[in-house]
Design a protein. Structure first.
Length: 96
Protein backbone atom coordinates (compact mmCIF):
# COMPACT_ATOMS: atom_id res chain seq x y z
CA UNK A 1 0.00 0.00 0.00
CA UNK A 2 1.43 3.36 -1.02
CA UNK A 3 1.60 5.89 1.82
CA UNK A 4 -0.56 9.00 1.54
CA UNK A 5 2.18 11.02 3.21
CA UNK A 6 5.64 10.37 4.61
CA UNK A 7 7.51 7.28 3.50
CA UNK A 8 7.32 3.53 3.82
CA UNK A 9 10.27 1.17 4.17
CA UNK A 10 9.93 -2.54 3.41
CA UNK A 11 12.97 -4.79 3.74
CA UNK A 12 12.83 -8.55 3.05
CA UNK A 13 15.67 -10.88 3.93
CA UNK A 14 17.46 -12.58 1.05
CA UNK A 15 20.68 -14.62 1.15
CA UNK A 16 22.40 -14.39 4.51
CA UNK A 17 25.16 -15.84 6.67
CA UNK A 18 26.05 -15.28 10.31
CA UNK A 19 28.03 -12.13 9.37
CA UNK A 20 26.24 -10.66 6.34
CA UNK A 21 22.79 -10.36 4.82
CA UNK A 22 21.16 -9.07 1.69
CA UNK A 23 17.76 -7.43 1.83
CA UNK A 24 15.33 -6.64 -0.98
CA UNK A 25 14.43 -3.00 -0.34
CA UNK A 26 11.27 -1.13 -1.30
CA UNK A 27 11.12 2.53 -0.34
CA UNK A 28 7.92 4.43 -1.13
CA UNK A 29 6.69 7.98 -0.91
CA UNK A 30 3.26 9.19 -1.97
CA UNK A 31 4.71 10.06 -5.38
CA UNK A 32 7.39 7.42 -6.13
CA UNK A 33 8.62 3.88 -5.46
CA UNK A 34 12.26 2.77 -5.29
CA UNK A 35 13.40 -0.89 -5.43
CA UNK A 36 16.90 -2.14 -4.82
CA UNK A 37 19.20 -4.38 -2.80
CA UNK A 38 20.88 -3.61 0.49
CA UNK A 39 24.00 -5.37 1.77
CA UNK A 40 24.55 -5.47 5.53
CA UNK A 41 27.67 -6.60 7.34
CA UNK A 42 30.83 -5.55 9.16
CA UNK A 43 28.95 -2.59 10.71
CA UNK A 44 28.25 -1.30 7.20
CA UNK A 45 25.13 -0.85 5.06
CA UNK A 46 25.37 -0.32 1.30
CA UNK A 47 22.59 0.10 -1.22
CA UNK A 48 22.81 -1.02 -4.83
CA UNK A 49 21.31 0.73 -7.85
CA UNK A 50 17.68 1.75 -7.53
CA UNK A 51 14.92 0.81 -9.95
CA UNK A 52 12.37 3.59 -9.82
CA UNK A 53 9.52 5.34 -11.53
CA UNK A 54 11.22 8.65 -10.66
CA UNK A 55 14.19 10.31 -12.30
CA UNK A 56 16.05 10.52 -9.01
CA UNK A 57 17.31 8.63 -5.99
CA UNK A 58 15.15 8.02 -2.90
CA UNK A 59 14.91 11.01 -0.56
CA UNK A 60 17.90 11.16 1.81
CA UNK A 61 15.67 11.21 4.91
CA UNK A 62 14.05 7.92 3.83
CA UNK A 63 17.43 6.35 3.00
CA UNK A 64 18.75 7.39 6.42
CA UNK A 65 15.80 5.68 8.14
CA UNK A 66 16.27 2.52 6.05
CA UNK A 67 19.99 2.51 6.89
CA UNK A 68 19.18 2.87 10.61
CA UNK A 69 16.72 -0.04 10.44
CA UNK A 70 19.34 -2.23 8.77
CA UNK A 71 21.98 -1.32 11.37
CA UNK A 72 19.48 -2.34 14.05
CA UNK A 73 19.01 -5.65 12.18
CA UNK A 74 22.79 -6.14 12.27
CA UNK A 75 22.81 -5.62 16.05
CA UNK A 76 19.90 -8.06 16.40
CA UNK A 77 21.76 -10.68 14.37
CA UNK A 78 24.86 -10.30 16.55
CA UNK A 79 22.86 -10.70 19.79
CA UNK A 80 20.24 -13.27 18.75
CA UNK A 81 22.16 -15.11 16.04
CA UNK A 82 19.53 -14.52 13.36
CA UNK A 83 18.57 -11.80 10.90
CA UNK A 84 15.05 -10.31 10.98
CA UNK A 85 13.13 -11.78 8.03
CA UNK A 86 11.08 -8.65 7.38
CA UNK A 87 11.36 -5.04 8.46
CA UNK A 88 8.54 -2.58 7.76
CA UNK A 89 8.48 1.04 8.88
CA UNK A 90 6.53 4.20 8.13
CA UNK A 91 8.20 7.55 8.73
CA UNK A 92 6.79 11.06 8.49
CA UNK A 93 8.43 13.38 6.02
CA UNK A 94 10.66 15.80 7.93
CA UNK A 95 9.37 19.32 8.29
CA UNK A 96 11.42 21.91 6.48
Amino acid sequence: MTPENGGKIELKLGPSSAETAEYDALLQTSAHSFRGKAQVGAKQVTFGAWQTDAASEPPEWLLADARAALKAALRTSQVEGRWPRRITRWRPEPSR
